[in-house]
Design a protein around this ligand. Structure first.
Ligand code: NAD
Ligand code: UD1
Length: 343
């Protein structure tokens, strides 16, 4: 039997880092939520925490986005008003070692999803793209018009999906598609009950710093201090994950107006160096972050920060939280749960 709510949202990858924060925002704004996640990089405890935070319930289906049978069944059971598509693989180094797996999950998985959506006449989709589609950018800040040039299989899989979705919209302009290019999502929900919980050694800066702060790792490797930046370390646009989730709510509202394919950067527009991030985290945690400077990491840009004006003007969205708050919230989560959801 079809669900009767017009505001039921399918959240693929909803048990993951960004997806779980999205579920909180959706439930708190009166949506019904169905999560499809195979738990390959997450723990179902994240969803229990979402329910504790919101005092609301969601539906969880454990399964793979590439499983047509599960998708068909989901779309027959529920009357989804939109799909927020977070499910995917995201580690750059791993994508170089296992490109076929990355194309299969990220590209083929999205093809299966949009097929099932079309069959059910659910044509509103928000896709988690990434600033990685800009490759090594030449000009700052990065606007949506900046050239795209992915430089690894992960980035290419994101660009391919963007192109597939553009072609889909060109073939059928009744679709409503939002491509959100995230800059560097960090931080955690203010409750300290959900946050980033990498299964393996973190690849990204902030989760590494917070694991050093909590004593799980001895020290941080700073990948190069000879870039042409104010202190020589890499500069990025860190954005609080709750601000990011709120950007999705605004994107959904924007899609509700008229059918369209829209592209937006979600970033703060501010660039912070690795040293800025270390210093901010030390202040937030009251802990020393031991570090050593090592070689640059292959494929890293010196600087990357967004021009967020398009999202501001068209979506009426802008990030609110600063770096201090990102670190304070990340620390609350990390110090509450030093071993993440395995505690
Ligand atoms: P995450 O790994 O925490 O979440 C992804 C979720 O998808 C996980 O819960 C995982 O179990 C699930 N998943 C993976 N493969 C699946 C499959 N085949 N079927 C069903 N579920 C599957 O990652 P995240 O940081 O929350 O990222 C969410 C999305 O945002 C991803 O698409 C990622 O590429 C994109 N993104 C993330 C960042 C970032 O820095 N975190 C930046 C830009 C874009
Ligand atoms: C990385 C990915 C990018 C992806 C993004 C978000 C690479 C080459 N790029 O980007 O495709 O979209 O994550 O998931 O992997 N740093 C350290 N020490 C560390 C980790 C990072 O010094 O242990 C530095 C980096 O050199 C960089 C900054 O910290 O200057 C941020 O790194 P990270 O968090 O990995 O994000 P990106 O490099 O932007």
């Amino acid at each position: 039997m079809k669900g009767n709510s017009q505001k039921t949202i399918l959240v693929t990858g909803g048990a993951g880092y960004i997806g779980s924060h999205m579920c909180v925002e959706l439930l708190q704004t009166g949506h019904q939520v169905v999560v499809l996640d195979d738990l390959s990089n997450s723990n179902p405890k994240s969803l229990q925490a979402v329910e504790r935070i919101t005092q609301k319930t969601l539906t969880f289906v454990e399964g793979d986005i590439r499983d047509t049978r599960i998708l068909t069944n989901l779309f027959e059971t529920h009357n989804f008003s939109a799909v927020l598509h977070f499910a995917g693989l995201k580690a750059v180094g791993e994508s170089v070692e296992h490109p076929v797996q990355y194309y299969d999950v990220n590209v083929n998985g999205t093809l299966k999803l949009v097929d099932a959506m079309a069959a059910a006449a659910c044509k509103t989709l928000v896709f988690s793209s990434s600033a990685t589609v800009y490759g090594i950018p030449e000009q700052m800040p990065i606007s949506e018009c900046s050239p795209t040039a992915a430089i690894n299989p992960y980035g290419r899989s994101k660009l391919m999906v963007e192109e597939v979705l553009r072609d889909l919209y060109a073939s059928d302009p009744t679709w409503r598609i939002s491509l959100l290019r995230y800059f560097n999502p960090v931080g955690a929900h203010a409750s300290g009950e959900i946050g980033e919980d990498p299964h393996d050694v973190p690849n990204n800066l902030m989760p590494f710093i917070s694991q050093v702060a909590v004593g799980r790792r001895d020290q941080l490797n700073v990948f190069g201090d000879d870039y042409g930046t104010p202190d020589g370390t890499g500069v990025r646009d860190y954005i609080h994950v709750v601000d990011l989730a709120k950007g999705h709510l605004k994107a959904l509202q924007h899609l509700a107006d008229t059918p369209k394919l829209a592209i937006h950067n979600l970033g703060t527009g501010n660039g912070y160096s690795v040293m800025d991030a270390i210093n901010a985290f030390e202040r937030a945690s009251g802990r020393k972050i031991p570090y050593q400077v090592v070689e640059r990491r292959a494929g890293d840009a010196a600087t990357s920060y967004a021009d967020p004006r398009k999202a501001n003007q068209e979506l009426g969205w802008q990030a609110e939280y600063d770096l201090e708050r990102m670190c304070a919230d990340a620390w609350r989560w990390q110090s509450n749960y030093p071993n993440g959801f395995r505690d």
